[in-house]
Design a protein around this ligand. Sequence first.
Ligand SMILES: NC(=O)C1=CN([C@@H]2O[C@H](COP(=O)(O)OP(=O)(O)OC[C@H]3O[C@@H](n4cnc5c(N)ncnc54)[C@H](O)[C@@H]3O)[C@@H](O)[C@H]2O)[C@@H](O)CC1
Ligand SMILES: Nc1ncnc2c1ncn2[C@@H]1O[C@H](COP(=O)(O)OP(=O)(O)O)[C@@H](O)[C@H]1O
Ligand SMILES: [Mg+2]
Length: 280
Amino acid sequence: MKQISAAILKSVIQPRPQESHKGTFGRVLVVAGSATYGGAGIMSASAALLTGAGLTTLASDPVNRTALHSQHPEIMFIDWHDDSLLRTTLVTSDVVVIGPGLGVDDFAWQLLQRVLPQLSEQQVVIIDGSALTLLAEHHEIPDTKAQMILTPHQEEWHRLSQLAIPSQSITANQQVLQKWPAKTILVLKQHRTEIYQQTDVYQNTTGVAAMATGGMGDTLTGIIAGMIAQFKKPLPATLAAVYLHSLAGQELARQQYLVLPSQLIAMLPHLMWQYQDRSN
Ligand SMILES: NC(=O)C1=CN([C@@H]2O[C@H](COP(=O)(O)OP(=O)(O)OC[C@H]3O[C@@H](n4cnc5c(N)ncnc54)[C@H](O)[C@@H]3O)[C@@H](O)[C@H]2O)[C@@H](O)CC1
Ligand SMILES: Nc1ncnc2c1ncn2[C@@H]1O[C@H](COP(=O)(O)OP(=O)(O)O)[C@@H](O)[C@H]1O
Ligand SMILES: [Mg+2]
C-alpha cells in the first residue's frame, strides 16, 4: 500500500494557463440533494466551484434553488424533474457527481437509472451516498460507459460489497472490485481513507477527527470532480482531492475543536494556491 504525501498536490495542481477561459477548466454536473438532504447537493457543488471547475451545475429538488443561489450564484441550477434540460447538461459535462443526499425513494432510483446509461466513455461519474445504497439494495453494477469513481464510507461499502467492516481487508476489497469495470476507482472513506484501482492501493496520510461532521463526504465528491474537471487524469486527481480535503480539515483543526464542511470549502482556493506546482 502506497502512502499519499503532499507531493501529489504539486504534481497535479498546475498554474492556470493565462490563455484560457471557463471552458478550459471543465464542466461539472452534480445530481444531488432531495428536499430532505438539500445541503448535500449544495456542499458538493460548492466544493467543485471552489476547487476551480470552470462551470458547475446542480441538478436537484427545486426547493433547493434559493438556498444555493444565496450562497453561490455562480452555480447554475436545474430542476431534476426537467428531463430535457438534464439530458442536455449531462451530455456536455466532463464530470458528473450523483448520489449525495439523493435519497432512496422510487424517484431517486429512477433518476439514477436514467442518468448512468446516458454517459459516454469520455466522461467520469462519481457515485456517492444514497446512490451507493440504492445500487446495493438493487444488487446492481451500473449500466454506464463512463469511468466510475465510487466513494463509499465503510458502512456503504458493507452494503455494496457484503463485507462487514472488520472484513474489509485489502485483499477482500480488491476481490470485490474485480467484479466492476477495470478502470473503476474505489475511494473507501475512513480515518485513513484507502484508494483502490486494479492492483494499486493508496492510503491517505492526512485527516483528523474534527472532520467527523455530516456533509464532509458530500464535500469530498465536489473536490474530486473539480480536480478531474481541470487536471483530467482521474487517478492522480482523485488522490490529490482526497489528500487536499483532509489537509484542509487538519489545518482548520489546528485552532478549532471541529470543522464544518463549509469552512473547509472556503479554504480550498488558498491551499491550492499554496501547494500548486511552482517549478515553471
Ligand atoms: N446536510 C445534508 O444534506 C446531509 C446529507 N447526507 C446524505 O444523507 C444520506 C445518508 O448518508 P449517511 O452517511 O448519513 O447515512 P448511512 O445510513 O448511509 O450511513 C451512516 C452510518 O454508517 C455508519 N458508519 C460506519 N463506518 C462509517 C464511516 N467510516 N464513515 C461514516 N459512517 C460510518 C455510521 O455509524 C452511521 O450511522 C446520503 O445521501 C448523504 O449524502 C449526509 O451526508 C449528512 C449531511
Ligand atoms: N475521524 C476522522 N478522521 C479523518 N477523516 C474523517 C474522520 N471522520 C470523517 N472523516 C472524513 O470525512 C468524510 C466523511 O464522509 P461521509 O461519511 O460520506 O460524510 P457525509 O455523507 O456526511 O457527507 C470522509 O472523507 C472521511 O474520511
Ligand atoms: Mg456520505
